[in-house]
Design a protein around this ligand. Structure first.
Ligand code: GLV
Length: 320
């Protein structure tokens, strides 16, 4: 019997490819770009295993038109791009990539928080443009971080890793989560639960580390920005559709909140054009987990999930 076919929708680090190539017939998208939906549909034909990206829409139509498909491994922790229900109904196993990118994503959340609070990108531009003519008492003042209050929306692995870092900054830690933690867990993490409106009112720094689902879709818009402090800094490394982007732009323009650090966008890769004109935002291209270590480990995990799933064995991070 021939080797089972695995299609990978974009080249991933070698660490994941080695083991797959030994046991399977592996095809990788040959282009240095993401695939269109039509290309995705066509190039995946006949594959029993699929490693896909968070930007690949694996909906019911895709699943039902690929009857050979047995296992899908999302090269991401978030899996809102996959219709897991449709996969289950069609006996397709699905896995995501939890754990391996937790610390990298928490690090980027903090990079954006500090960069937005202390105006790092603006300062860098200022120096490069030759404007630095001497130390100034009011030059590029930002917002103090140490000892302030952080409000973390989404307090799973990544949110908690953001919280652990906040302890080093002597911060008061508030969190919101669909299912609040036990009192014991809260005291171990030094975090207190708040309903969203209270969290928004009390926090100096608000980070979004939640998955996109029915409860978080369009969670923050005009009314929520109005609740925040004028000095608040908002960071989103979760999913863009959690924020109404045009309403965020308006809040930043009117200085209803002080600044934002964004790694994800409502309609990415498209970005609301006005966002690009603002000084009080720091923008990264959905690179929350993009460290050499995290992306290699994510590749290995995806490969392990595919190999286990194709053999009918228990997958390390199965979702169904
Ligand atoms: C990235 O956004 C991920 O979900 O892994």
């Amino acid at each position: 019997m021939g080797k089972k076919r695995v299609f990978i929708t974009r080249e991933i680090p070698e660490s994941g490819l080695h083991s797959l190539r030994e046991e399977c017939d592996v095809k990788v998208n040959p282009h240095a770009r993401n695939l269109s939906q039509q290309e995705l549909m066509e190039m995946s034909k006949g594959a029993a295993g699929l490693i896909c990206l968070l930007s690949d829409k694996i909906d019911r139509e895709f699943i039902e038109s690929h009857p050979e498909l047995k296992v899908i491994a999302n090269y991401a922790v978030g899996y809102n791009n996959i219709d897991v229900q449709a996969a289950t109904e069609n006996n397709v196993k699905v896995a995501n990539g939890p754990g391996v990118l937790t610390e990298a994503t928490a690090d980027l959340t903090w990079s954006l928080l500090l960069a937005a609070a202390r105006r790092i990108v603006e300062s860098d531009n200022y120096v490069r443009q030759g404007k630095f003519s001497g130390w100034g008492p009011k030059l590029l003042r930002g917002h103090s971080v140490y000892g302030k209050t952080i409000g973390i929306i989404g307090f799973g692995h990544i949110g908690q890793a953001v919280g652990k870092r906040a302890r080093g900054f002597g911060m008061n830690i508030l969190y919101n989560k669909r299912n609040p933690l036990s009192a014991k867990q809260e005291s171990e993490l030094g975090a207190e639960f708040r309903e969203i409106p209270n969290l928004l009112q009390e926090a100096d720094f608000i980070t979004i580390n939640a998955p996109l689902n029915d409860g978080t879709y369009s969670l923050l818009g005009k009314a929520e920005f109005e609740l925040m402090k004028k000095t608040a800094v908002l960071v989103n490394t979760g999913r863009g559709k959690i924020i109404k982007e045009e309403e965020l732009v308006a809040a930043l323009q009117k200085k209803e909140i002080a600044a934002a650090g964004l790694d994800v966008y409502e309609n990415e890769p498209a970005i609301t054009p006005e966002l690009l004109k603002l000084d009080n935002v720091v923008l990264t291209p959905h690179t929350g987990s993009s460290t050499y270590q995290a992306r290699s480990e994510l590749a290995e995990l995806a490969a392990k999930n595919i190999l286990a799933g194709l053999k009918g064995e228990e997958m390390p991070s199965s979702l169904n």
